[in-house]
Design a protein around this ligand. Structure first.
Ligand code: NAP
Length: 244
């Protein structure tokens, strides 16, 4: 069944793969990026633009950005998304004692506070329609990772947010789940040094990074009706890395 789906952070990496996968499955898909320039990448490689829409807005100003996205979506489609993949995210790595206030606050703003405003904006129409699906991108780092206390804290918090939505709105037929990837080959992981990359792949039982399509396949399942009885879960996709 074709849905109207919002995918944040769809200009590259995991979000772009999710965007393309959902389009290929016949969904109507709205992708977002932080700037007008990067939003042009969202529609790169897409032949038929009838089924999709590219938006931009900075999640450092999440309240304004969400209001703008909701207005633009309503104007274009005359309806609100029935599924949302909240994928946009950033890292600003540093050891705790060296971490700057800006590094801490930027990550909390984009990875966590923006999700508060996203849910506040798009949950109400879902409740009214008595159907909806949220999928948030967490991370294996939510269990703690040296140099990523800011990032780990936000990704752990997302799990709490998602489970709470699942508990509060399950009776309204709204599901909420987290995809928790391990190391996936994207710009985010390409920033690591070769030594760091080797030490990571040594810890992965499958001995390689995951691909963006691995995550896109799971995301497309979680917004489909085939996953209607799955809610409040964190689903790990990490090549077998330990998560406890
Ligand atoms: P990526 O390649 O760095 O792409 C990040 C996306 O988020 C881009 O579309 C970017 O838009 C958007 N974004 C970043 N800052 C933004 C802001 N201030 N306002 C609006 N949009 C913003 O990331 P990725 O590696 O695909 O990761 C996607 C998600 O998966 C993230 O939540 C990440 O934490 C999670 N994750 C990734 C991995 C991994 O190994 N890659 C592992 C675990 C979890 P612009 O192009 O405009 O900057």
């Amino acid at each position: 069944m074709s849905k109207l789906v919002l995918v944040t952070g769809a200009s590259r990496g995991i979000g772009k793969a999710v965007f393309l996968k959902l389009l290929s499955m016949g969904h109507r898909v709205i992708g977002t990026a932080s700037t007008e320039k990067s939003s042009q990448l969202i529609l790169d490689g897409v032949e038929n633009h009838d089924q999709c829409f590219a938006l931009y807005g900075d999640l450092n100003n999440p309240k304004t950005t969400m209001a703008h996205w909701a207005d633009a979506i309503n104007e274009k489609f005359k309806e609100m998304p029935s599924a949302i993949i909240s994928n946009a995210g950033i890292t600003r790595d540093n050891l705790m004692l060296r971490m700057t206030d800006d590094q801490w606050h930027d990550v909390v703003q984009v990875n966590l506070n923006a999700n508060y405003y996203l849910v506040k904006t798009f949950l109400k129409p879902m409740v009214k329609a008595r159907t909806g699906k949220f999928v948030f991108l967490g991370s294996v780092s939510s269990h703690g990772n040296p140099g990523q206390s800011n990032y780990a804290a936000t990704k752990a918090a997302i799990c709490g947010l998602s489970r709470s939505i699942a508990l509060e709105y399950g009776a309204r037929n709204i599901t909420s789940n987290v995809i928790s990837p391990g190391f996936i080959e994207t710009d985010m992981t390409n920033e690591l040094t070769l030594d760091q990359q080797k030490s990571i792949t040594d810890r992965i039982p499958l001995k390689r990074y995951g691909q963006v399509d691995d995550v896109a396949n799971l995301a497309s399942f979680l917004i489909s009706n085939e996953s209607n009885y799955i809610t409040g879960q964190t689903i790990h996709i990490n090549g077998g890395m330990r998560t406890t």
